[in-house]
Design a protein around this ligand. Structure first.
Ligand code: ACO
Length: 713
C-alpha cells in the first residue's frame, strides 16, 4: 500500500511558529527560535508565549490563534508534555499541516496513552506529527534550522534521518568537521506518526539530496520500509546504521529455525536485499556518505590497485573481496597499460606494484594510465611512506591527477606512514580527495559505490517474469481450521504433510495404515524399503516410545514392525489414542538443507535458508529475505550462505538440484504469506539430490498463532 505523504511544506514551510519560544537563552525554546532566525529562513516566524511580548526584537503572540497568518506550515512545540495536547489542538484549529514535537515524556517513558491521544487528535484534523521526543528538523531547501542543535549546519547533498536525538545533534557537528554538507537532517524520535519511510519517500524525490543516511534503532512498519527502500536504492544510495546487534530481540524460539538468528541478522539480510549499505559504525557511515556524495559513480566493475608496496596491496585485495570490489584481471591489458610506468622488478598484475622506489612522477604516470584506460572503471591508489619518496611532490601529483580526472571515475586513496604522511593526508582531505589512513576504510567506500552501481544496473535490467507458485490455499486453510477446532497450535505430522502436498512441496510418498493389511498394501504401492511411524497426538516422542521402524525391506518386515510398534506404544503409553501407523518411503541420502519461514515482528513474513546439520546449528550459516521474493532473489539468498559451494558439488560430486530448492523456498513463502493463522514453518530436512533429481521435504513443522489471549499450546 502506498500512502505517500506530501511533505513539501515540512521541508519548505512558508511560515513557522514556535509554541514555547522563550527569552531565556538557556532554554530549548530560545535555542530553537534562535536557530531558525540564524539559518537565514526567509518565511514568517511567530514565537508563541503568553508571558512575553517579544524575543530578541521579534513580537510574541499569546497563542497560535492570535496570529493572522494562514500559511503557518510548521509549528515546533517546546513546552512540557502536559501542555502538548492543547498545543496540537491549536495547530489543528489553525489548520497547520505539520507539528514538530520536541518535548520528551511520552511513549519512551511508558506514556504511550498520551502520545496516542495526541496523534489521534492530529490525524482527525489533518495535522502530521514529527516526534515527539526529537531535536527537530533542518532543511537546506527552505533554508530552516528548526532544531535545538548547533546553529551552523553545513548545507549540501546528504540527508540524514535519525531516530536518536542526541546522536543526530552530534552528527550535525561531526558532518561539519568532516566537510559533509546536509540537504536535511530530521529527527523522528518516537515515530508516533511520520516515520523514516515517509521521509525517505520525500527525500528520494528531492533533487537536492544525493545520498540518504538513516540511523535506526527499531523498525515499526517493516514491510512498508522494505518496499520504499527497494525503490529508493534504485534512485540514490541509502546508508543505514542500526544499533542493537544483541540477541535480545531474537526470534522467538518457537521453532527450531526461529532460534537460529536474532533480529539483527534478519535486519542485515533484509537491508542487503533492499540494496542498502549497512554501516557498522558511525564513522564508516559518514565515510560512505561523504564519498558517495562527491564521487562520480563507476561505469563498470573493473577496479585497479596502484601501490608502491606489496603488503598494502595485498591488504587492499583482501578488502576488495570483503567489500565486493572486483579487481580487473586481464593480465595482458594490464601489462600493456602499466609496463611503461612500472620497473622490471615491479608487477603489472593487479595490484599493480610500481615498487618502493616509485616517486611522485611514477605515481602520476600510473594513475594517468589508469584513468586513460577505458577498461578500468575505478582506481585504488595506495602507498607506504618510504625513505626516498618526496611526500610534498607526491601530494602535488595526487592533487593534479584528482583535479584532472576526479570527476570521471571513482578513485580512493590510502597512504600509511609517519607524521609527514599523516599531515599530507589531512591536507589532501581538506582539498576534497577521498584519502584515508586505513586501506579497508578506503576500499569500503568504493564498495558502497559498487552497491549503488549494482542497484542501478538491476533497476535497468528487464525483470524476470514473476511466476508465483500455485498453492491450494482452501485445502491448506481447511487443515488449519481443523487443528484450531481441535484446540491445538501445532500440526501433527500427517496434517503437516497434507498442507505440504497442498502447497506443492515434494514429499516422500506416505500414507496412514489403520491395520496390518493396509500397512502392507501401502508399503507395496510405495515400494521397499519403507519406514513406519506411529500416528498419535498423545505420543510426541515416537522413537522413545518404540513407535518408529526404519529400512523395512519386505512384507514380512512390515508385518513384524506393525505388531512391534503397536505393542511398544501400548506399553509405553497405555492411554494413548493410536490413529494408525504411517508408512512412508525410506528417503535416499542427499544434501540436507533447511527452509524456515516466520512472521517477524518488524518485517512481517520472512524466509530463511541454510544447509542442515552443523552448518545451521553450529555455524549459523543462514540467509534471510523479507517476503515476497522472486526466483532471482531466492537464488541470491541460496548463494549468500558460506556453504553454497557444497550445492555446486565439491570433490567430484554433481551439482545439486538448486532449482528444486528455489521452488520450495517460493512455495513455503507463499504458504506463510497466504495463511495468516500460521506463525512458523520449518522444512527440515529438505533433502536435495543431484541436478535433475529433485528435492524431498522429509519433515515439515507448522505452528499456528494461539487464539487471542492464549499462549502456544
Ligand atoms: N504556549 C506557549 N508557551 C508556553 C505554553 C503554551 N501552552 N506552555 C508553556 N509555555 C512557555 C513557558 O511559559 C516557558 O516560557 P518562559 O521561558 O518565558 O518561561 C516556555 O514555554 C517553556 O516552558 P517551560 O515550562 O519553561 O519548559 P522547559 O523549557 O523547561 O522545557 C521542554 C520544555 C524542553 C520541551 C521539556 O519539557 C522537554 O521535553 N525536554 C526534553 C527535550 C528533549 O530532549 N527532546 C528530545 C530531543 S533529542 C535528544 O535526545 C537530544
Amino acid at each position: 500500500m502506498n500512502r505517500e505523504v506530501d511533505l513539501r511544506y515540512l521541508f519548505r514551510p512558508r511560515a513557522t511558529a514556535v509554541i514555547g519560544a522563550s527569552a531565556h537563552p538557556d532554554k530549548i525554546g530560545y535555542k530553537l527560535l534562535h536557530n531558525i532566525r540564524a539559518s537565514g529562513y526567509a518565511g514568517r516566524i511567530y514565537p508563541i508565549n503568553p508571558k512575553v511580548k517579544e524575543i530578541d526584537g521579534l513580537p510574541c503572540h499569546a497563542s497560535l490563534a492570535e496570529v493572522d497568518d494562514h500559511e503557518i506550515d510548521l509549528v515546533s512545540i517546546v513546552i512540557p508534555a502536559k501542555g502538548v495536547y492543547d498545543a496540537v489542538r491549536e495547530c489543528a484549529e489553525k489548520k497547520t499541516p505539520f507539528a514538530s514535537i520536541i518535548t520528551s515524556g511520552f511513549s519512551e517513558v511508558g506514556n504511550l496513552a498520551e502520545e496516542q491521544r495526541i496523534v489521534a487528535l492530529a490525524r482527525e484534523h489533518g495535522v502530521r506529527i514529527l516526534g515527539p521526543n526529537i531535536f527537530g528538523i533542518y532543511s537546506a531547501a527552505a533554508p530552516i534550522n528548526a532544531t535545538f542543535g548547533p546553529p551552523d549546519v553545513k548545507a549540501g547533498n546528504v540527508a540524514i534521518i535519525t531516530q536518536s536525538g542526541a546522536l543526530g545533534i552530534a552528527m550535525i557537528g561531526k558532518t561539519k568537521i568532516e566537510n559533509i554538507g546536509l540537504s536535511a537532517i530530521v529527527s523522528v524520535g518516537n515515530k508516533s506518526d511520520l516515520d523514516e519511510a515517509d521521509l525517505l519517500q520525500y527525500l528520494v524525490a528531492d533533487d537536492a539530496t544525493k545520498v540518504i543516511l538513516m540511523y535506526i534503532e527499531g523498525v515499526k512498519d517493516g514491510d512498508r520500509l522494505v518496499e520504499i527502500l527497494h525503490r529508493a536504492t534504485r534512485v540514490k544510495p541509502v546508508v543505514v546504521i542500526k544499533s542493537g546487534r544483541s540477541k535480545r530481540g531474537a526470534m522467538a524460539a518457537a521453532s527450531h529455525t526461529g532460534s537460529l538468528a536474532g533480529a539483527d541478522e534478519i535486519f542485515s539480510d533484509v537491508m542487503r536485499q533492499c540494496g542498502v549499505n549497512r554501516a557498522e559504525t558511525i564513522q564508516e557511515a559518514l565515510d560512505w556518505c561523504k564519498f558517495l556524495s562527491c564521487s562520480p559513480a563507476p561505469h563498470g566493475e573493473n577496479a585497479v590497485i596502484v601501490t608502491n608496496g606489496g603488503g598494502i596491496g595485498v591488504l587492499a585485495a583482501d578488502a576488495c573481496e570483503k567489500f565486493q570490489v572486483n579487481l580487473y584481471d586481464d593480465t595482458e591489458t594490464l601489462k600493456e597499460i602499466f609496463r611503461p610506468v612500472t620497473p622490471e622488478f615491479g608487477s603489472t598484475k593487479n595490484p599493480v606494484d610500481i615498487t618502493g622506489q616509485a616517486q611522485a612522477k611514477e605515481y602520476e604516470a600510473a594513475l594517468e594510465a589508469s584513468f586513460a584506460t577505458e577498461a578500468i572503471d575505478a582506481v585504488i591508489c595506495l602507498g607506504c611512506e618510504t625513505a626516498t619518496i618526496d611526500v610534498d611532490l607526491l601530494e602535488q601529483s595526487l592533487l593534479r591527477v584528482h583535479a584532472r580526472h576526479g570527476d570521471k571515475k571513482p578513485i580512493v586513496l590510502s597512504f600509511f606512514g609517519g607524521e609527514k604522511t599523516e599531515a599530507g593526508i589531512g591536507r589532501l582531505r581538506t582539498a576534497g580527495l577521498p584519502i584515508y589512513a586505513d586501506v579497508y576504510q578506503a576500499v569500503s567506500c568504493l564498495g558502497a559505490a559498487y552497491v549503488h552501481y549494482r542497484n542501478l544496473k538491476n533497476a535497468m535490467a528487464t525483470p524476470a517474469p514473476v511466476d508465483p507458485p500455485v498453492i491450494d490455499l482452501p485445502a491448506i486453510n481447511a487443515v488449519v481450521e481443523r487443528v484450531r477446532n481441535d484446540g491445538r497450535t501445532f500440526l501433527l505430522a500427517h496434517e503437516a504433510q497434507e498442507v505440504a502436498r497442498a502447497a506443492g512441496l515434494l514429499m516422500p510418498k506416505s500414507g496412514v495404515a489403520r491395520n496390518l493389511d493396509e500397512a502392507v498394501r501401502l508399503a507395496e504401492s510405495i515400494g521397499y524399503p519403507v519406514v513406519m511411524k506411529v500416528v498419535s497426538k498423545d505420543i510426541i516422542h515416537k522413537s522413545d516410545a518404540g513407535g518408529v521402524a526404519l529400512d523395512l525391506e519386505d512384507r514380512a518386515e512390515v508385518l513384524d514392525a506393525y505388531e512391534a510398534i503397536m505393542h511398544n506404544c501400548r506399553i509405553h503409553a497405555p492411554r494413548a489414542r493410536i490413529e494408525g501407523v504411517e508408512v512412508g518411503e525410506m528417503v535416499k541420502k542427499g544434501t540436507e538443507t533447511i527452509i524456515g519461514a516466520r512472521r517477524d515482528a518488524s518485517f512481517g513474513p520472512v524466509i530463511m535458508f541454510g544447509l542442515g546439520g552443523i552448518y545451521v546449528e553450529v555455524m549459523k550459516d543462514i540467509s534471510f529475505r523479507a517476503w515476497p521474493i522472486d526466483r532471482g532473489e531466492a537464488m541470491a539468498m541460496i548463494k549468500e550462505i558460506r556453504s553454497y559451494p557444497l550445492l555446486l558439488g565439491v570433490r567430484g560430486e554433481e551439482r545439486k538440484d538448486i532449482d528444486g530448492v528455489i521452488d520450495t523456498i517460493l512455495r513455503v513463502g507463499a504458504l506463510l504469506a497466504g495463511c495468516p493463522a500460521v506463525s512458523d514453518i520449518e522444512v527440515n530436512p529438505l533433502v536435495v539430490y543431484d541436478q535433475g533429481h529433485g528435492v524431498k521435504a522429509v519433515d515439515m513443522r507448522i505452528l499456528l498463532y494461539p487464539p487471542k489471549g492464549a499462549s502456544h499450546a
